[in-house]
Design a protein around this ligand. Structure first.
Ligand code: DSN
Length: 409
């Protein structure tokens, strides 16, 4: 028995070390990933996780919560300061649970939600049939304009007036342009709907005032803390003060049990870092780097969805540009140590595990200090690797990647 335990321990450690090595020897272009600071990692895995603290500060179901109360209060204050809001709940374990709690707080089962079609950049929790959101609520979709692949506010308004949803969802996982939250507010007001802005992807850009802030327009805002925000794996809900009690109740006891105080402390550390001037400089570079890739592809006549990027990510139509499905393109890139994800495109006819494109993001490699020149080089390597030059150029491409890894990691 003991021998078995030892060998399982070895296997576990071995795969941890292999994953560590993989992260240090590949170029990460996954738009939703990042590398948090040592302090964020410290709190995330700290002894704070030993404490049960069901409830909220000064109203817990367990004794011994005096320090956790202060940590949670501090985290809430920092979230409110960073985003300029009246109310924050810092307990959601994930973006999915944050959205689940918002629906629970504002809707009844069977109520109508209007959101962006998943193919066009929405999220699973915005109404996918296979998700709780598509099971318990009546979902209606708006889509991107088929020609421009941009949000079409007139069309969204028309659909909203036909559908009369109780909730409209904006904020996306794979849309590369700015969002006009004021227009969404007008659309929601016309039909008496709540407006949810899910800014999981752009939270870091919003915190740095480099992307429109939905605070004065949305009733509720959700975001994860581990993407552009570069914090721990978790989520936050922001709202107008009057919705606070309903949302608190929906998070606990409605949707979660005990919060994880270790992750809450790590969120506080993340917000502290995001309030520093260096964070704004980092986010500026995130935008420049994504734009450098998009410009390179555009110059090579590669089809970039929505025409460009104003965020940390871009989508490439690999089917039309290289005659490769997203799956084939992503797998080919992995062979030269570039990691990205296959992604559905607006009106995609392929299955979700095949897709017609890939999504590329700049946050993780910008944290590693790569700049515009390096991102142009990465775009060049991607372009040449996907252009049937794969076999002949494989060594050259790998050498370029190795050069970047050696210089920056
Ligand atoms: N959909 C994931 C992503 O954007 O990668 C996050 O939930």
């Amino acid at each position: 028995m003991e021998k078995k335990t030892n060998s399982a321990e070895k296997i576990l450690l071995n795969y941890y070390q292999k994953e560590r090595k993989r992260q240090k020897s590949t170029l990460n272009l996954i738009a939703s990933e990042n590398y948090p600071s040592k302090k964020v990692l410290f709190y995330s895995g700290s002894l704070l996780m030993n404490k049960y603290a069901e409830g909220y500060p000064n109203a817990r179901y367990y004794q011994g919560c005096q320090n956790i109360d202060k940590i949670e209060e501090l985290t809430i204050d920092l979230a409110k300061k960073l985003f300029g809001v009246e109310y924050a709940n810092v307990q959601p374990h994930s973006g999915s649970q944050a959205n689940q709690a918002v629906y629970l707080a504002l809707l009844k089962s069977g109520d109508k939600i209007l959101s962006l079609n998943l193919l066009a950049g929405g999220h699973l929790t915005h109404g996918a049939k296979v998700n709780f959101s598509g099971t318990f609520y009546q979902i209606h979709y708006y889509n991107l304009n088929p020609l421009t692949q941009k949000l079409d506010y007139e069309e969204i308004s028309k659909i909203a007036q036909e559908v009369k949803p109780k909730l409209i969802v904006t904020g996306y996982s794979a849309y590369s342009l700015k969002i006009d939250f004021a227009k969404f507010r007008q659309i929601a007001d016309r039909v008496g709907a709540y407006l949810l802005a899910d800014i999981a992807h752009t939270a870091g850009l919003v915190a740095a005032s480099l992307f429109p802030n939905p605070v004065n327009y949305a009733d509720v805002i959700t975001f994860t803390t581990h993407k552009t925000l570069r914090g721990p794996r978790g989520a936050v809900i922001l709202a107008k003060k009057e919705l606070g009690p309903k949302i608190d109740k929906a998070v606990f006891p409605g949707n979660q049990g005990g919060p994880n105080p270790a992750i809450i402390a790590a969120k506080a550390q993340c917000f502290l870092e995001a309030l520093q001037p260096e964070f704004k400089e980092y986010q500026k570079q995130v935008l420049k780097n994504a734009k450098a890739m998009a410009d390179y592809f555009q110059n090579k006549r590669v089809k970039v969805i929505s025409g460009s990027t104003e965020t940390h990510l871009l989508l490439i139509d690999t089917k039309n540009s290289y005659n490769l499905t997203g799956k084939e393109a992503a797998e080919r890139l992995e062979k030269i140590d570039i990691i990205c994800n296959k992604n559905m495109l607006p009106y995609d006819k392929e299955k979700p595990w095949i897709t017609s494109g890939i999504r590329l993001g700049s946050p993780a490699l910008t944290t590693r200090s790569l700049g515009k020149k390096e991102f142009q080089l990465i775009a060049e390597v991607i372009d040449s690797t996907l252009r049937n030059h794969y076999d002949t150029n494989k060594k050259e491409a790998k050498d370029k990647i190795r050069y970047l890894i050696k210089k920056f990691f």
